[in-house]
Design a protein around this ligand. Structure first.
Ligand SMILES: NC(=O)c1ccc[n+]([C@@H]2O[C@H](COP(=O)([O-])OP(=O)(O)OC[C@H]3O[C@@H](n4cnc5c(N)ncnc54)[C@H](OP(=O)(O)O)[C@@H]3O)[C@@H](O)[C@H]2O)c1
Ligand SMILES: *[C@@H]1O[C@H](CO)[C@@H](O)[C@H](O)[C@H]1NC(C)=O
Ligand SMILES: *[C@@H]1O[C@H](CO)[C@@H](O)[C@H](O)[C@H]1NC(C)=O
Length: 326
């Protein structure tokens, strides 16, 4: 009789649960060391990415005509950057450029009417930059649109495609064309303005938006591995709810009204993003609840969904179910 047939099934179960208990206990005991190891690699990245004084840096910001992009322009201007600002509403852009100069002392501000979904616009903009600056130190991919409807209420599926076009293809295509200039800088940055909804579950009416932001995470985390030896540091920022024009610019016919009473200001959000960019962080999570959620996601997914879903209701006004008149 072979040894195999003599194995007592109960003993197998017991020994495998002993093994998994030992592994689990070992993991829990190792947590402080893993935390230190993570801290060490974060420090190493910081050492490689810095110093990075903003003064004199060439910074390109997409979607700088309002909201977070506008405030990012002011913060970079205040710290002495040379700015290239793009968006579709050129009148708003020129106001932003004027404030950068008059209020924040910027000396070199270029504005460009560019739609990030149009490759010809992006190529033309990159050509303009290479003619005047020969490098990009920091590319901030902020242009974006959102949505605010249940999938079944969307009158036209193009909403989902259009969000992908601006948020995902706009950012990745811009990066593709900007790479040669990013490589010309000694230590450069690509900053992606994503959203907490891309990493935290339980926020309704954002299906297509979430997908676009999550796709960006996939693209840029992989790209980081290609570019780390070129000293190009990619930072993904995950803001929570921020008071901007995104409320009005959301695609779709009847976006559900947002309640901004608990929202962060675009100014505060932008200052935190610029600070994390200077430090070369891999990611910036803008709220404490977001940071907590990030940790819980891997361990307590169902509990997190419940908590986050209950909380997300705060951001839709009383007339949550009542949709806005056309
Ligand atoms: N507000 C929030 O609660 C929140 C939370 C998380 C993440 N975010 C993200 O933050 C980013 C900025 O949004 P925001 O809140 O500041 O909203 P916003 O005030 O509506 O700003 C959006 C900006 O994107 C530009 N844009 C839109 N489509 C574009 C296109 N096709 N080509 C070029 N530029 C385009 C807009 O400029 P033009 O219309 O002039 O082109 C505008 O400057 C977005 O990526 C958004 O997803 C916002
Ligand atoms: C968005 O998608 C990602 C990836 O699947 C997921 O982790 C996250 O929870 C989703 N966010 C929402 C609000 O459902
Ligand atoms: C958000 O936008 C909707 C639709 O445009 C509008 O009804 C609502 O008053 C806006 N809310 C805020 C806080 O701006």
């Amino acid at each position: 009789m072979s040894a195999l047939t003599q194995i007592n099934p109960l003993a197998v179960i017991t020994s495998s649960s002993v093994v998994s208990t030992v592994i689990l206990t070992g993991f829990v005991l190792a947590l402080p060391f893993l935390y230190l190891a993570n801290f060490y690699f974060r420090y190493k990245r910081h050492q490689a990415a810095t110093p990075w004084p903003v003064n004199g840096k060439v910074v390109v910001i997409t979607g700088a005509s309002s909201g977070i992009g506008e405030e990012l322009a002011y913060e970079f201007a205040r710290q002495g950057a040379k700015l290239i600002l793009c968006a579709r509403r050129v009148d708003k852009l020129s106001n932003v450029a004027q404030v950068c100069k008059d209020k924040y002392g910027a000396v070199d501000v270029t504005i460009s009417k560019a739609d990030v979904t149009r490759e010809s616009d992006v190529v033309r903009l990159i050509e303009t930059i290479s003619a005047t600056h020969d490098k990009i130190d920091c590319l901030v991919l902020n242009a974006g649109v959102s949505m605010g409807e249940a999938l079944e209420k969307i009158s036209d599926f193009s909403v989902i495609k259009d969000i992908m076009d601006v948020n995902y293809f706009g950012s990745t295509m811009f990066t593709y064309h900007a790479l040669p200039l990013l490589k010309n800088a000694e230590k450069s940055r690509i900053v992606i303005v994503s959203s907490l909804s891309a990493i935290i579950p339980g926020v309704p009416y954002r299906s297509g938006y979430n997908a676009s932001k999550y796709a960006l995470k996939g693209f840029f985390e992989s790209l980081q591995a290609e570019l780390i030896n070129d000293n190009i540091f990619i930072t993904i920022a995950y803001p929570g709810v921020v008071k901007t024009e995104i409320n009005q610019s959301r695609l779709g016919k009847n976006p559900i009204s947002l309640d901004f009473s608990n929202a962060m200001s675009a100014e505060e959000c932008s200052k935190i993003i610029v600070d994390g960019t200077i430090k070369g962080h891999k990611e910036i999570i803008l709220t404490n609840m977001g940071r907590l959620g990030r940790i819980m996601e891997g361990i307590f997914p169902d509990l997190l969904f419940h908590l986050s879903y209950s909380r997300s209701k705060n951001y839709f006004s009383e007339e949550k179910e009542k949709v806005k008149d056309q």
